[in-house]
Design a protein. Structure first.
Length: 465
């Protein structure tokens, strides 16, 4: 038994003074301060927040993409996540066009088995929606604990699904209770703009963003929402939403009671097309991701923070898809379209969103809700995870509001040769991390191990109706 004593427990319902008793892998009880047992190992949380371990519902460890592979393995990536207060990830297993869905899934189980430091689940990317893939969706939901499927309206020739394929997958999801996750960007139109830009000699990284205007995110978001409506209001979750006009589509759908949800990511809340993607020379490649960073001269960041407050944005995930500059991002020198798409932030999401609390953009409760509780409820992990309550897994973070976090490539644990957040300082710090009752990180000392993390079979979303 262990008792986390003296802290302020923050669930999505708000803060309360309480001590948390852990019995082996789960939470046994919450006590009024000082009322818990006295003869057990204690963790002193005086002056600190005690929150549910964070859940990153969107990661791509060692994902083959853009002619290379994301640089974090499941070992390095889940270790970095743990150090940053994330105790569960949901990664994307991939079915490529022409591949059997279950074979793609088996490949992800093989990559993760014995290598993860924290618990993990999978969503399934469907790269080729056909009769077999549709049947496989049923099997994954019924037998494999995989209850969400990502489709792409972008990346023609890679992961792209046309509207007919999307509709069929949505109809299937409506029947079996799965969630459709959508990469909502109009890929064929983007490809035209990319070709035209390259023909004009516009090859720098900033043109990655300029050729992916927010209208093409908003159009795809709107189309996905209409298609989900045709599929009898299939549950739809828009991933990595970056821009005001796309958010307007989601908000309008939600205002009419639709089963539509969206996530954003820290990079869209803080970083911009001009300041990062537009950095001199090839530097901007560090921030090439899709959807792209948006203009600081428009209201995207303020609108996204507001969307988080109003629940038009339900979740903050990282879309962690790291690539090194050397040999990876560098593949796009002279042609931005060859820069592998992705940013690595899995270690920093808890801190970066806590800065939103310090800046009075989010309440403490909403911080916890967007990084832990709603991801758990959205993706069938609740109440096992995402909440500090009796019976839940003892995935717990002790967070020190008096601490300070300085982000740098010199000190981060992700397998990247740069940091997208170099020099950022946050007014708070992860102090102690427990995964299923085991202290895996404490006071800057990492004590976890590869193989501790287990695959978690997920149920259906709590938000289904
Ligand atoms: O740039 C990104 N987002 N890379 C990862 C793949 C995806 O679309 O999520
Ligand atoms: Zn995507
Ligand atoms: Zn992604």
């Amino acid at each position: 038994m262990k008792l986390i004593k003296g802290g302020t427990v923050v669930n999505a319902t708000g803060p309360v003074q309480a001590d948390v008793l852990i019995d082996d892998e789960t939470i046994a009880a919450l006590f009024a301060p000082g009322r818990g047992p006295g003869d057990v190992e204690t963790i002193d949380a005086t002056g600190k927040y005690v929150i549910p371990g964070a859940i990153d519902a969107h990661t791509h460890m060692q994902m083959p993409f853009g002619g290379t592979q994301a640089s974090d393995t499941f070992d390095t990536g889940t270790r970095a996540a743990a150090i940053g207060g994330t105790t569960t990830i949901i990664d994307f297993a991939i079915q490529r066009y022409g591949e059997v869905v279950q074979d793609g899934l088996a490949a992800w189980h093989a990559k993760t088995e014995g290598r993860c430091h924290i618990d993990y689940g999978f969503h399934m990317i469907l790269g080729g929606v056909d009769d077999d893939a549709l049947k496989a969706m049923d099997q994954l939901v019924a037998d494999e604990g995989i209850t969400s499927f990502k489709l792409f309206m972008a990346y023609p020739g890679v992961f792209y699904s046309d509207d007919g394929q999307i509709l069929r997958a949505m109809q299937k999801a409506r029947d079996n209770g799965a969630m459709i996750m959508m990469h909502a960007e109009n890929g064929p139109a983007i490809d035209v703009l990319v070709k035209q830009a390259l023909e004009r000699g516009e090859t720098d990284p900033v043109h990655h963003g300029i050729t992916r205007p927010q209208e093409l995110e908003a159009e795809a978001t709107s189309r996905a929402i209409w298609l989900a409506g045709v599929a009898a209001d299939c549950p739809l979750y828009i991933v990595h939403l970056s821009a005001s006009k796309a958010l307007e589509q989601v908000a309008a759908a939600r205002d009419t009671g639709r089963n539509v949800f969206a996530e954003t990511c820290p990079q869209y809340l803080y970083l911009t097309l001009e300041d990062q993607l537009g950095a001199p020379g090839f530097e901007g490649a560090k921030w090439v991701c899709s959807t792209p960073l948006r203009s600081k001269h428009e209201s995207h960041r303020a609108d996204l923070w507001q969307g988080l407050r109003t629940n038009d944005l339900s979740v903050v995930s990282t879309d962690h898809c790291p690539f090194c500059m050397k040999d990876q991002k560098e593949m796009g020198i002279g042609d931005f379209s060859k820069i592998p798409n992705g940013i690595g932030s899995v270690e920093h999401r808890v801190d970066l969103l806590y800065q939103g609390v310090v800046d009075k953009k989010l309440s403490l409760a909403r911080w916890v809700e967007t990084i832990a509780t709603t991801p758990a409820r959205m993706f069938g992990l609740y109440p096992r995870k995402g909440v500090l309550a009796p019976g839940a897994d003892a995935d717990i973070v002790v967070y020190d509001p008096a601490g300070r976090t300085r982000i740098s490539v010199q000190t981060h644990h992700m397998n990247m040769d740069y940091s997208a957040w170099e020099g950022w300082e946050i007014d708070g710090a992860v102090d102690t991390v427990l995964s299923r009752g085991e202290v895996i990180s404490s006071g800057g000392q990492y004590r976890g191990r590869a193989g501790h993390g287990r695959f978690v079979r997920r149920g259906l979303s709590d938000y289904l109706r």
